[in-house]
Design a binder for this molecule. Structure first.
Ligand SMILES: Cc1ncc(COP(=O)(O)O)c(C=O)c1O
Length: 403
């Protein structure tokens, strides 16, 4: 690998054969333990990124490792032409925990959203409403990088040069109820919304907005889809954000933390909405493979035995307090932190930027990342302890002072 100082403050590393589509930091990670990542020189990094909200129970959790190993030595792959136990058991568990009737498994977040988009359109088609094909999303949304999800992503940075994108996508501002009222009509197949916009800088939806979305979509015959790829699996201090907000969508998309690090995505739907997709309408070779399903099941079973939601709320209060006092100390550099649970953003005031802080944090062996709208994002493993979080904040303060 060739390390070089890029134009940015954070030096990037190039590899001779990997595609250059990522700006990777100049470290090579070889191992993970709880909230720590360890590099090839044995240096330990406190991980407040967690794979971007993936490793909820931390790295190399022994019970999940055990479930993966046991499943890998029994059955690694089974075509979706047949049933296998891990997918069936996981679907039962998800249904019991969420109240959704049916689950479709895939391999990633963007695929879960593709499935949701296809289901919404096919549902309208089956109802004979062929004009109802518009997917309404929010301004500044992020739903993934494949074409359907990308078309629902309101960010020119991700879309530029990839056109033509599929048509039939529209956007409405987050948290503006009157605009939502005007935007949803007889052509709207679904409204898809992130309960907290993660990529665009940790911007929470309001309860009023989500409640209004529930009412308006139901009244006008459109589906309400929550993209919980970043907010799901305990990050809000509830299993899903829809439970935090007390608003019941027709469908929820999940990925990231579901299997605590193995690739899996899921679309959760009500029985009524689920009938849109019939045999042959949609599918995937690897979706819902036995090993990721076993890992996800182990994750959910472990959660049952932990008081994780209370812990997340406690650590969230501490993180908000710490970041709030940093914002008070540096009023010219930061706004007040925002977010819910352990998905928290610290907005940086221009002309200051996140990049020098992320680079200085790396120097302090602290991993944080920059999200949209010039925001430092904190999405630590949910199992982070008080001492680890306080240590992270000490390192962050040093990084801010140095940046
Ligand atoms: C809200 C949201 N939706 C979709 C995605 C895409 O997920 P994936 O990267 O697994 O395709 C992400 C990833 O960051 C996300 O945060």
């Amino acid at each position: 690998m060739i390390a070089h100082a890029g134009g940015d403050a954070l030096p990037v590393v190039e590899h001779p054969h990997l595609l250059k589509n990522y700006n990777r930091a100049p470290i090579t990670i070889v191992r993970g333990e709880g909230v720590w990542l360890i590099d090839d020189r044995g240096e330990r990094y406190l991980d407040l990124v967690a794979g971007i909200a993936v490793c909820a129970l931390g790295h190399a959790h022994p019970a999940i490792v055990g479930a993966i190993a046991a499943q890998a030595s029994t059955l690694v792959h089974c075509s979706n032409l047949y049933f296998h136990e891990p997918a069936g058991e996981l679907a039962n568990k998800i249904a019991a925990l969420t109240g959704f009737d049916r689950v479709f498994f895939c391999n990633s977040g963007t695929e879960a959203n593709e499935a949701a988009i296809k289901l919404a359109r096919k549902r309208a088609f089956r109802l004979g409403q062929t004009e109802r094909n518009v997917i309404l999303a929010c301004r500044n949304s992020f739903h993934g990088r494949t074409f359907g999800a990308l078309a629902a992503t309101d960010n020119p940075k991700y879309q530029e040069g990839f056109g033509p994108l599929p048509g039939g996508f529209a956007f409405t501002p987050l948290n503006e109820i009157a605009a939502l009222e005007a935007a949803i009509d007889e052509k709207t197949a679904a409204f898809i919304v992130e309960p907290v916009q993660g990529e665009s800088g940790v911007i929470p939806a309001t309860r009023e907005f989500l409640e209004a979305a529930r009412g308006i979509t139901a009244e006008r015959g459109a589906l309400l889809i929550f993209d919980e790829i970043q907010t799901g699996m305990g990050r809000m201090g509830t299993l899903f954000a829809f439970q935090h907000f007390g608003v019941g969508p027709d469908a929820v998309t999940v990925a990231k933390a579901l299997a605590n690090g193995l690739p899996i995505g899921a679309l959760l739907v009500t029985e009524e909405a689920s009938v849109a997709l019939q045999p042959g309408d949609h599918g995937t070779t690897f979706g819902g493979s036995p090993v990721p399903c076993a890992a996800a099941l182990a994750h959910l079973n472990l959660r049952d035995r932990m008081d994780l939601d209370a812990h997340v709320k406690e650590m969230s209060a501490l993180l908000f307090a710490e970041l709030g006092s940093i914002a008070d100390e540096y009023p010219e550099r930061f706004e007040k932190p925002r977010g819910i649970g352990l998905l928290v953003g610290l907005p940086v005031k221009p002309p200051h930027e996140t990049k020098p802080i992320v680079a200085a944090a790396l120097h302090e062996h602290l991993l944080v990342n920059g999200a949209g709208h010039n925001t430092l994002r904190f999405a630590p493993p949910l199992i982070i302890g008080e001492n680890e979080l306080r240590e992270g904040m000490r390192r962050l303060r040093r990084a801010i002072a140095a940046a």
